[in-house]
Design a binder for this molecule. Sequence first.
Ligand SMILES: NC(=O)c1ccc[n+]([C@@H]2O[C@H](COP(=O)([O-])OP(=O)(O)OC[C@H]3O[C@@H](n4cnc5c(N)ncnc54)[C@H](OP(=O)(O)O)[C@@H]3O)[C@@H](O)[C@H]2O)c1
Length: 301
Amino acid sequence: MILVAGGTGKLGRVLVPMLAARGLSVRVLTRDLGHGNDLISDNVELAVGDVRDEVALDRAMVGVQTVVSAVQGFTGVGGESPRTIDWLGNRALIKAAEKSAVDHFILVSVQGASAVHPMELFRMKYKAEQDLRTSSLSWTIIRATSFMEIWTSMIGTPLLETGKTRIFGKGDNPINFVSSHDVARFIELAATDPALRGEIVEVGGPENLTLYQVAQVFETVLGKTGKKTRIPRSVMRAMATLLRPLKPAMARQIQAGVVMDTAPMSFDSAATRAKFPTMQQTTLAEVIRRDFNVSSTGVEI
Ligand SMILES: NC(=O)c1ccc[n+]([C@@H]2O[C@H](COP(=O)([O-])OP(=O)(O)OC[C@H]3O[C@@H](n4cnc5c(N)ncnc54)[C@H](OP(=O)(O)O)[C@@H]3O)[C@@H](O)[C@H]2O)c1
């Protein structure tokens, strides 16, 4: 049995059916059974629980050999934050797995995770990585770059629906984007191939693109141009400061936009490609065609 914490999220929703299609039994941990009803199948079941609830975690671990953690608290509200979910939530999951008969723990982290990264999320993921590496469990860490699917909906959907879109900051910083489907395939590999145990696998996409270029790829694929408005960094910084006491999750996301516009965010996936030559590397244009139902000629289908 594989327990997928975060199985109802964007990545989880690709991963869970992928594991099930291989005939693997999957249990999805969710705080709300309503989030995952559509995932239930012959070999997928749900377990209700919060990663901060020790009793619920002990219950969810029964009969589990492999845990995948794809939880995140970055966009969470209330008491959810990178600290409480990405670090302490993962720490609780690791402890519960150690107590139970779990053999292997796969942690989804972020490419660039480090103790000194300007973004809290990256520092908290790093702490969770350290907890896992010093645990008694066999482990694999999947460090992914930014998911293309998030940015296609943030930049592409408005462009498609209203003919205009917003670029956060100058939009001239190269960022590596990866398809969450390609990340899911690496997790599937980690769950089934013991060679990935004890490995940190850095999973990035084939392109480093600025946010401005992301919008341009959209325009090319869709065959339409739109208005691209830049939100100045100074405005983003001021909004993040003002919103912090009232809406911390929104403030965090705006602040992250500033970091993405200024910090080194590119990644060379050549080493991972050389090590895993058969793994797919989906381009942004392919993701747009897949998710926006566009034929290769730019016409919606
Ligand atoms: N998005 C990116 O660009 C990106 C890039 C690199 C790495 N990652 C990592 O990839 C993983 C998946 O990201 P995603 O974008 O697919 O996430 P997502 O769509 O935001 O989903 C978050 C998941 O976390 C679960 N979760 C949150 N708080 C929880 C709690 N207190 N207890 C139990 N479950 C909780 C949610 O489950 P319920 O709501 O059903 O409880 C949901 O399934 C995360 O670890 C993320 O940090 C993401």
